[in-house]
Design a binder for this molecule. Structure first.
Ligand code: HEM
Ligand SMILES: *[C@@H]1O[C@H](CO)[C@@H](O)[C@H](O)[C@H]1NC(C)=O
Ligand SMILES: *[C@@H]1O[C@H](CO)[C@@H](O)[C@H](O)[C@H]1NC(C)=O
Ligand SMILES: *[C@@H]1O[C@H](CO)[C@@H](O)[C@H](O)[C@H]1NC(C)=O
Ligand SMILES: *[C@@H]1O[C@H](CO)[C@@H](O)[C@H](O)[C@H]1NC(C)=O
Ligand SMILES: *[C@@H]1O[C@H](CO)[C@@H](O)[C@H](O)[C@H]1NC(C)=O
Ligand SMILES: *[C@@H]1O[C@H](CO)[C@@H](O)[C@H](O)[C@H]1NC(C)=O
Ligand SMILES: *[C@@H]1O[C@H](CO)[C@@H](O)[C@H](O)[C@H]1NC(C)=O
Length: 530
C-alpha cells in the first residue's frame, strides 16, 4: 500500500524569508511570477515545430520539460551521492545516449537556459520548468527549493529504458532513491503528459500520417497536455492506448510491467481518487526535483513574499538620488481605488513618502496566484522617486491605503553607500567599429570601501553562469567631490568593446564585508559622453 502522504501545505507551514536575499529573491520571482510560462500557454504549445501548426504536432513544451527533469535526475546513485538534478542533461554527450533518445532535451534547454543566472542554476531552471508545466496544465502546486549546482561534465548513464525488464526497473528506481510503489507513482505522474514519438522509437510507434499529429506521437492517455488521473482510469478500465502498455512487442511494454507490478493496487487507488493522484504526484515530483548530488545544500521551500521590492536602482544625479524600481503585492488584483505609498527613512532620521503608480497585474500557476506591481514613479514622465542626495535613504516600507507593510517591523533595508552616478556615459568609437563608455560610481562620504568593482555575468566553458568583477580605481586626488560639492566622491572605470552590451551591478567591500549593491544598469541607460 502507499504510505500516507503528508503534503507540505505551501502557504501555512513555511514562512517566507526576510527581504533582501538576492538568491531567494531571484528564485522566488522565477518560480512564482513564472515569466517562462509563456511557453505553456496554451498547454499544447510546442515551440520547436518549425513551420508547422504547434497545436497539431502531437508534442508539447510541457511534456518535454517534465521528461527532461526526470532524465536529468535519473542518473542519481543513492549509494555514492553522485548524479541527480544538476543540469548535466544539457551536455550533447549525455543527450546522444540511447537512454536519452529524442530532441525534447535540447528543446527544453533552449527554452529554459536563458532564465539561469548567477543566482539560479540551469538545474534550478529545469526544476522550475517541470513545476510550471504541472501547475499550469491542471496539476497540483509543487514545493520548490532552489540552490541546485550545475555539473561540469556529463553524469554516468542510468535512465531506465522501455526494453528493460521489471527487475531492472525496480533496481534502477532503487538506485535513484525510490521504492517500487514510488516508481509506479512517478511513472504514472510523468506519463499523464505526452507520449512516445515515432522518430526516436520507430519500433514502438508507427508513422501516423495524421495532419493533427504531425510528429506521430502515440500518447500515454487521452488528455496528454493536461494533468489528471486518466493515465490510471484508462489503464484500469482497459481502454488505454498507452503505447508502453498495449505495444505489440511485450518486451517494450514498460508501463504495463511497472503499473501491474503490485497487482494494480497503486494504479487502482489513483483511478479511484484524482485527489490522491494529485497529492501523490506533488510529493513525488518535489522529491524527484530535490534529488541532488550529495554536498549540494538546497534552500528552504520558497514561498511568495507578500510584499516584495524589485529591480531597484539608485543613481546619483546632482542633488538628487533617483530611486527606481517597483514593489509587488502578492495575492492582490488591480483596484483603481487603492493608494500605495513608498515611505522611507534617511540618514538624518527624516520621514518621507511618495505615492506610487500602478503598472501591471499578473496571474500565474494556472491562475491560482495573482499579483500587482507599482512602479517607483510619481508622474508619467518620471521613472523614479527623487530623494535628497545629502539625506539619502536607510530603509523603506509601504502603505497600502493606510495599512503599513514593513515586514513585521523589519522594514526594507536600502544601501545608498555606493551607487551609480548619472555622469556615467557611453560613446561610439566609429574608427574601431566598437562602443565604449565610462562608469562613474558615487561613494558616499564617510564610507571607506577597500574595493569598489563592477559585476557582470558571463558563462564558463560549460555554460554555467559566473560573475566577472571589474575593479574600479579610487579617485586619484583623494575624494574628488561631486554632488552638493561634498556628499559623494566619484570612482571611475572605462569599459569598451564587447563589454558594452552587458548589464552591470555595483559591488563594494566595506569594513571587510563584500557585497552587491543595487540592481543592474546598462551603460546605454546614461547619456553619450561629451
Ligand atoms: C521505467 C521508467 C520510464 C520509462 C521506460 C520511460 C519511457 C519513456 C519513453 C520511451 C518515452 C517517449 C519519449 C519520446 O518519444 O520522446 C517517454 C516519454 C515521457 N516520459 Fe517517460 N519513462 C519512464 C519514466 C518516466 C518518469 C518517472 C517520468 C516523469 C516523472 C517520465 C516522463 C515522461 C514524459 C513527460 C514523457 C513525454 C515526453 C513528450 O511527449 O515529449 N517518464 N517515457
Ligand atoms: C483534425 O482536427 C480537426 C479539429 O480539431 C478536425 O476537424 C479534423 O477532422 C481532424 N483531422 C483528422 C485527419 O483527424
Ligand atoms: C521486441 O523488442 C526487443 C527489444 O527492443 C527486441 O530485441 C526484439 O527483437 C523484439 N521482438 C520482436 C518480435 O520484434
Ligand atoms: C491490471 O489491470 C489491467 C486492466 O484492467 C489488466 O489488464 C491487468 O491484467 C491487470 N494486471 C494485474 C497484474 O492484475
Ligand atoms: C488572498 O487574499 C484573500 C483576501 O483578499 C484572502 O482571503 C486569502 O486567504 C489570501 N490567500 C493567500 C494564499 O494568502
Ligand atoms: C507624506 O508627505 C507629506 C509631505 O510631502 C506629508 O504632508 C504627509 O503627512 C506624509 N504622509 C505620511 C503618511 O507620512
Ligand atoms: C513632466 O511633465 C510635466 C507636465 O507635463 C512637466 O511640467 C514637467 O516639466 C515634466 N518633467 C520632466 C522631468 O520632464
Ligand atoms: C571581452 O573580450 C576580451 C578579449 O577577447 C575578453 O578577455 C573579455 O573576457 C571579454 N569581456 C566580456 C565581458 O565578455
Amino acid at each position: 500500500m502507499l504510505r500516507p502522504i503528508l503534503l507540505a501545505l505551501l502557504s501555512t507551514t513555511v514562512s517566507a524569508y526576510i527581504w533582501p536575499s538576492p538568491q531567494l529573491d531571484a528564485l522566488e520571482a522565477l518560480r512564482f511570477e513564472q515569466s517562462f510560462a509563456a511557453f505553456l500557454q496554451p498547454c499544447d504549445l510546442f515551440s520547436f515545430n518549425s513551420g508547422g501548426d504547434a497545436s497539431r504536432s502531437g508534442r508539447s513544451n510541457a511534456a518535454d520539460w517534465i521528461r527532461t527533469a526526470y532524465h536529468d535526475m535519473a542518473t542519481h546513485i543513492v549509494a555514492d551521492g553522485t548524479g541527480g538534478m544538476d543540469g548535466s542533461i544539457r551536455f550533447a554527450e549525455e543527450q546522444a545516449r540511447p537512454e536519452d533518445a529524442g530532441d525534447g532535451f535540447q528543446n527544453t534547454i533552449t527554452a529554459l537556459f536563458p532564465g539561469s543566472n548567477r543566482y539560479v542554476s540551469i538545474a534550478d531552471m529545469l526544476a522550475i520548468g517541470a513545476i510550471m508545466a504541472v501547475e499550469n496544465c491542471g496539476g497540483p502546486e509543487i514545493a520548490f527549493r532552489g540552490g541546485r549546482m550545475d555539473a561540469g561534465e556529463p553524469n554516468s548513464p542510468g535512465v531506465p529504458q522501455p526494453q528493460g525488464d521489471l527487475d531492472s526497473h525496480i533496481a534502477s528506481f532503487a538506485r535513484q532513491g525510490f521504492t517500487q510503489m514510488e516508481m509506479i507513482g512517478l511513472v504514472a505522474c510523468g506519463h499523464t503528459f505526452g507520449g512516445v514519438q515515432h522518430a526516436p522509437f520507430p519500433d514502438i510507434v508507427p508513422d501516423s500520417n495524421d495532419p493533427n499529429n504531425t510528429q506521430s506521437v502515440a500518447h500515454f492517455d487521452s488528455t496528454f497536455v493536461h494533468f489528471d488521473n486518466n493515465i490510471a482510469t484508462e489503464y484500469i478500465s482497459g481502454t488505454t492506448q498507452n503505447p508502453l502498455v498495449i505495444g505489440q512487442n511485450d518486451t517494450t511494454n514498460s508501463d504495463k510491467h511497472i503499473f501491474g507490478s503490485d497487482g494494480n493496487t497503486t494504479m487502482s487507488s489513483f483511478a479511484d481518487s484524482p485527489e490522491l493522484f494529485a497529492s501523490t504526484c506533488a510529493e513525488l515530483f518535489a522529491r524527484m526535483l530535490d534529488t541532488v548530488p550529495s554536498g549540494v545544500q538546497l534552500t528552504e521551500v520558497i514561498t511568495p513574499l507578500p510584499v516584495k521590492p524589485q529591480i531597484l536602482s539608485l543613481v546619483l544625479a546632482g542633488n538628487e538620488l533617483q530611486f527606481s524600481g517597483q514593489v509587488r503585492f502578492w495575492n492582490m488584483t488591480q483596484d483603481s481605488n487603492r493608494a500605495v505609498r513608498l515611505l522611507w527613512e534617511d540618514h538624518f532620521s527624516g520621514s518621507n513618502n511618495a505615492t506610487l503608480r500602478f503598472t501591471r497585474a499578473i496571474s500565474s500557476s494556472g491562475a491560482r496566484n495573482t499579483a500587482v506591481f507599482y512602479t517607483f514613479s510619481t508622474a508619467d514622465n518620471i521613472s523614479f522617486v527623487s530623494l535628497d542626495a545629502a539625506a539619502g535613504i536607510t530603509k523603506m516600507w509601504f502603505a497600502v491605503n493606510d495599512k503599513v507593510e514593513d515586514q513585521n517591523g523589519h522594514g526594507f533595508a536600502v544601501q545608498d553607500d555606493v551607487v551609480f552616478s548619472a555622469s556615467s556615459c557611453f560613446h561610439f568609437d566609429l574608427n574601431q567599429g566598437s562602443t565604449g563608455g565610462r562608469f562613474d560610481i558615487a561613494v558616499r562620504n564617510g564610507v571607506m570601501p577597500t574595493r569598489v568593482y563592477l559585476e557582470t555575468e558571463t558563462r564558463d566553458s560549460v555554460d554555467r553562469p559566473i560573475v566577472l568583477e571589474i575593479e574600479v580605481p579610487p579617485p586619484t586626488q583623494g575624494a574628488a567631490a561631486s554632488a552638493n560639492g561634498t556628499e559623494y566622491s566619484i570612482w571611475s572605470v572605462q569599459i569598451k568593446g564587447n563589454q558594452t552590451s552587458s548589464m552591470y551591478t555595483v559591488g563594494a567591500e566595506v569594513d571587510g564585508v563584500k557585497g552587491t549593491r543595487n540592481g543592474p544598469q546598462s551603460i546605454f541607460f546614461f547619456s553619450q559622453c561629451a
